[in-house]
Design a protein around this ligand. Structure first.
Ligand code: DAH
Length: 370
């Protein structure tokens, strides 16, 4: 047996071992002092246990009892006498180097496994807690509740009614017969079987009188729908609150007093009201109601568009035809009614330059109204 070839192939085995070790992710470093080499793990690994097993397998494949190197040790005696001792020493050195590299690799792996375990199990009590995101009411809901509270304290009931209506409730009973020009601007979304999304909460006047008869005092907040193109001041769906008070001897003075009281409570006692003659088919006489600007109080500012006044809504004395349509006798009862825009008021108070912000459900916007 040729000593030189045996020795070279033994060195080749050691080299093969090193390459496999590096393929497992280890780096072989020479110690600064002395010739000892050791292996280190280059990357941390979540599979430390698995790597440990691979390492053990690698070691036993190269220096175990059935390894090629073990075979070479048995063949020492076949090497010519003069080389035998030297070859034995060299084999031993090769084996020692391999075992040393395997051992240092093992140490590196256990270190990583241990650190990972400590990190996994450690608890940092100084980390700030996660605050659960609590929900809150929508600004329109907040506004609606404020309005409801005021009218409830004035003795009004809160009516909740349907959003899908027949022409009778949306138009005819409100003194807007077929062909009446007032229908056109409120021509709304129809279903194929003759129903329509209500274009105004005034529909609830009729329902409430039919249900309760007279006298009646109620407000009806809710959604209405119009065939409007969305823009900063229009949305095809918006919110109104309707008010109705019917009793014996109700006059325009009651209407004015009620709305004056309402704006006092909503915007402060110094708030003034102003009634401008207007026209609505379901009231006679009719008036538009304005209140003095809650921001400047009169001189004019950005919020009231430099007029000192902000529009609240429409109002008037209930038309006898409307009372009749709801089976209330106009010779015995009179009443007033009004309709206000909830989102419009909301937009004014919060200085929103685009009413559509209220309907986009963007939390970044809505979060500001807790
Ligand atoms: N329904 C009217 C509208 O949507 C608002 C309104 C005006 C309601 C006068 C009333 C009223 O009750 O009396 O424009």
């Amino acid at each position: 047996m040729n000593y030189e070839t045996e020795y070279q192939s033994s060195l080749a085995l050691e080299e093969a071992f090193r390459r496999e070790l590096e393929a497992l992710g280890f780096r072989i470093v020479r110690q600064p002092h002395g010739s000892d080499e050791s292996a280190d793990l280059i990357a941390t690994t979540p599979h430390g246990e698995k790597l440990m097993i691979e390492l053990k397998n690698l070691e036993s494949r190269y220096v175990g009892r059935k390894s090629e190197l073990a075979g070479k040790k048995k063949s020492i005696r076949d090497v010519p006498e003069e080389w035998r001792a030297q070859f034995a020493q060299q084999l031993q050195a090769i084996e020692a180097r391999i075992r040393h590299l395997a051992k240092t690799s093992g140490t590196a792996v256990s270190l990583v496994v241990e650190t990972a375990g400590i990190e996994r199990e450690s608890l940092d009590v100084t980390i700030p807690g996660r605050r659960p995101r609590a929900g809150h009411l929508h600004p329109i809901t907040l506004m609606r509740q404020r309005i409801e509270d005021i009218f409830v304290s004035l003795g009004y009931a809160v009516e909740d009614d349907r959003e899908i209506e027949t022409d009778f409730y949306n138009f005819d009973a409100l003194n807007i017969p077929e062909g009446h020009p007032a229908r056109e601007p409120q021509d709304t979304f129809y279903t194929t079987d003759g129903f329509a999304l209500r274009s105004q909460t005034s529909t609830v006047q009729i329902h409430a009188m039919q249900r309760r008869g007279a006298p009646v005092r109620m407000i009806a907040p809710g959604r209405v729908f119009r065939r409007d193109t969305p823009d900063p001041t229009h949305n095809p769906m918006f919110y109104q609150v309707e008010g109705l008070c019917v009793d014996r001897g109700i006059t325009m003075a009651h209407l004015k007093g009620t709305l004056a009281e309402f704006v006092h409570r909503l915007f402060g006692p110094e708030t003034k009201t102003r009634f401008r003659p207007s026209y609505f088919p379901f009231t006679e006489p009719s008036a538009e109601v304005d209140y003095s600007c809650f921001n400047c109080g009169g001189p004019g500012c950005r919020i009231c568009k430099w007029s000192g006044w902000i529009e609240l809504g429409g109002s008037g004395m209930v038309h006898p035809n409307v009372l009749r349509a709801a089976n209330v006798d106009p010779d015995e009862f009179t009443g007033f009614a009004f309709g206000l825009g909830i989102d419009r008021t909301c937009a004014r108070i919060y200085e929103l330059d685009d009413i559509r912000l209220l309907f986009e459900n963007d939390v970044r916007f809505l979060e500001q109204f807790r």
